[in-house]
Write a protein that binds this ligand. Sequence first.
Ligand code: FAD
Length: 451
Amino acid sequence: MRIAVIGAGPTGLAAAYALSGRGANVVVFESTSVSGGMARTVTVGEERIEAFYHHIFTSDEALVSLAEEIGLGDRLEWLPPRNALYSGERLYPFTTPGDLLRLGALPLMDRIRLGLFVLAARRVRSWEHLEERTAREWAVETGGKRVYETIWKPLLASKFDDYADQVGATWLWNKTKLRGSTRGKGQGREILGYFRGSFGVLYDTLTARIRAAGGEVRLNTPVLTIRSLSAIPQEEGTLLVRTPEGEEPFSKVLVTTAPAELARMAPQLPEEFREALTAIPHQANLCALLELSRPLSPYYWITVADEKFPFVALIEHTNLLPPARYGSSVVYLSRYLSPSAPLFRADDETVAAVFLDGLSRLARTVERTSPGRMRWEPSLLKRIRIFRADSAQHVATRGYGKRIPPHHTPIPNLYLNCMAQIYPEDRGQNYAIERGLRSPEILDFPGRSVP
Ligand SMILES: Cc1cc2nc3c(=O)[nH]c(=O)nc-3n(C[C@H](O)[C@H](O)[C@H](O)COP(=O)(O)OP(=O)(O)OC[C@H]3O[C@@H](n4cnc5c(N)ncnc54)[C@H](O)[C@@H]3O)c2cc1C
């Protein structure tokens, strides 16, 4: 049976690995020149690194066990991050429960309320009652208005921009729970996982396994359309996948792109179904990757809770991993925004200028209020690259659980398995892999596991 998988991101590669492991003849179509999707890599010095910052949590079991299964278990490194919060023109350490108790951005009573909110969130077992509430409503009610305004509102705005007030409470619940659960065995400290050689080693190995099983991963091959050969598309029939190279028949087609891309590729889908697919809002991500001649700060992750800056997070990768690997200090500046926002559409030079101006202003303010915590001057910059992801994060608004698109589309043998179906968890490589590996079941593929 020939199966087409559209997209060579974590979901598509995990799906193709699982399907080819069951004996299917799989062709993966990828529009860009690299595999890995949003976890794709570039090089800094001699080392590979993600174009967009990536780490995993100890609770990311599907990814960890797949890594072990394909012989990469010993490549995983677990490291303790140091985090900070920039709020009210100051930089506060924000890693441990002690940091939370000392957080000068909030009066003592509110720090206690914040701690109680976090504990309450971690104790929630069934999330269904949060479904019909927004994160804002739930956070204000449980932790108070000032905690919401200082901590949660900037966090929500940093990820969802104009949609911040509409995000469902389940998202905030999950985020709070997740950060609390990524701890080393017997340790109270948060630890994060990263592959020696980047996450690219995982996606390269999956690609090699797919090819070894007789499958293909075709890069630079965007899928233009998918159509059913049946006179009535809602009836069983061969599916034709069209790329710039021509049209090819497949028994089954699995789409792993954003839902709106499925609506675009498959015009035979009923109008109502296509409208539901395009109605799911997505945020884009704009990310600058900086190579510096010395470290910027002592922190891995700084949340910038201040709308005056063009980025919402500053991630100093080489404060988690050793800078010697890269021959530079590596810093990401990240911003989520609407894919139609002028800054997202601006050219690289403009984005770089806006981000670097923001970095200068941020460093100047931090130097004034928290001396020695951020040392920046333009001469430190060796290189800056700008990366864009159009559909970086779907927005799970109130009641999203009822609007998740199904895996089975109205066209027989055309399936959707994508990021926007991950719920109530937030998207991430782990869930992409977990869902990808479930694809034989979703496609009702009868093959048996091939040793
Ligand atoms: C800024 C940022 C930071 C992140 N940080 C983390 C992190 O720290 N940890 C973590 O686990 N996750 C992180 N993620 C999320 C992670 O990258 C995603 O969850 C994961 O990549 C989703 O995989 P996917 O395969 O479902 O989708 P994608 O990675 O989006 O892959 C889809 C693929 O489909 C291809 N495609 C689209 N249309 C077509 C077409 N018509 N024809 C052919 N191919 C097509 C795309 O080019 C792409 O390669 C981050 C994401 C971003 C943007």
